[in-house]
Design a protein around this ligand. Structure first.
Ligand SMILES: [Zn+2]
Length: 142
């Protein structure tokens, strides 16, 4: 199996601090020992950094790294530690991208005319109808 990663990508990520500290540590471990399971990463992480991340924790760290595009799921294998058939992870040769996150935005709402607006100025300009309603700001989660 040819690993997709490149040493240049690795150094770029580490030297420029493109990942948060903890994610960078997990990435470093996977770069070194991958392809590997979450438990294998966890064990190596403990050896390297003397800190524990729970197996679930390392799994979710890996998921976060996947969402950034720097880690991928290669498939599954029987974990050398737990014996369970689990996801096999490895680094990619990609630089991290910002994961798409749900965006919270404000909209304005008028009870009087029962309409909502991104821009409060749109309220006044609506089909030249004058509305005396007072806008309330509310949160819309996308
Ligand atoms: Zn109105």
């Amino acid at each position: 199996m040819v690993r997709q990663t490149s040493i240049q990508t690795y150094h770029k990520i580490m030297d420029d601090g493109l990942l948060s500290l903890r994610r960078g540590e997990v990435y470093e471990v996977l770069f070194r020992i991958g392809p590997a399971t979450a438990s294998e990463v966890f064990n190596e992480y403990l050896k390297t950094y003397g800190k524990r991340i729970s197996t679930n924790g390392s799994g979710s760290r890996l998921s976060e790294l996947r969402d950034c595009g720097v880690v991928q799921e290669l498939g599954t294998k029987a974990c050398s530690i737990t014996g369970h058939n689990v996801i096999l992870w490895d680094v990619t040769d990609q630089l991290p991208v910002k994961p798409k996150k749900s965006k919270t935005e404000f909209r304005y709402w008028c009870d009087e005319c029962d309409r909502s607006f991104d821009n409060p100025l749109d309220h006044d300009g609506f089909e030249d109808e004058y509305c005396s309603g007072i806008l309330t700001q509310w949160r819309k989660v996308k």
